[in-house]
Design a protein around this ligand. Sequence first.
Ligand code: AMP
Ligand code: MG
Length: 328
Amino acid sequence: MTRLRKVTGPNDPALREAAEILRGGGLVAFPTETVYGLGADGLNPEAVARIYAAKGRPATNPVILHVADAEGAQPLVSRWPEAARILAERYWPGPLTLVLPASPLVPSIVRAGGPSVALRCPAHPVAQALIRAMGRPLAAPSANRSQQLSPTLAEHVASSLGGAVDLILDGGPTQAGLESTILDLSGNRPRILRPGPVPPAELEALLGPVDIWEGAIGAGARQEAPGMAERHYAPRARLELVAPGAGLPPTPDPVAYVGIGALPVLPPGVRGVLLPLDAEAVAARLYALLHELDDAGFARIVMERPPGDEAWLAVRDRLQRASAKEMA
Ligand code: AMP
Ligand code: MG
């Protein structure tokens, strides 16, 4: 049985217990400002192997190491370029992950055998307190089975990973709702590998030109960058994307229709859900909504495509992946 413990603040005794479990090579799920993470001692290869086993995660998909501050990142990299210094100062703690050349301290399994390591400094007070109590970097991908929806509530972790986790720290609903922006600083030019809460325009204002990896946005993504499977972040229900205002013909099946900014007239029996025309608000709500519709038993979710501008990049990416067909 997985234990779930509410954490009320940075001095909660549950954090000491969690740090003990992590030091012993166990798994602890914890809230961050993006989604819940499945944490293990990031410098212990056997502990990290347990993350892969619990998630059913392919060994080709590297994991992000979480540190308490920029100082904690230094022993993990062989180079800390000026761009990293600027970004860490501006965004850490926060939802920006930096990919940098790894130091020999980083186990191969964390890097999926590659030369670089992804580093993030989470802002959530529980995540911060846990990393500090543990005193080592935490490997922590999202706390869900591979390819499924990311968890924004402790209960989502419990139902996706069940007994595979030693302890779940319950810090209530997460804030940003979508995974961190991932920026690769290991090459010649900064490159976004995954769009997220930090928008490209802000990064460009600080760094100059930033590339967006062509596979970074949704369907059609090839597996060039590690872990960027085309189908990902998916609910159990079949998710279809339609043009704004498209509506639905009458159907006997239990269907939910999600509109953005407005809802068309829907046939009787269809559950209509209205989301605001506000990218940040939709990002914060999206996974929780898909979890709710899954739990309510809808086998089909029809959702309007979000607008095409940059503010919606991360939401568009997740929806395209969530609606991609399962691969054979
Ligand atoms: P998550 O499962 O949300 O923790 O996301 C982890 C993702 O970060 C992976 O799927 C990769 O796309 C990316 N990532 C992690 N480590 C690296 C790395 N060393 N190089 C490039 N991308 C990485
Ligand atoms: Mg994930």
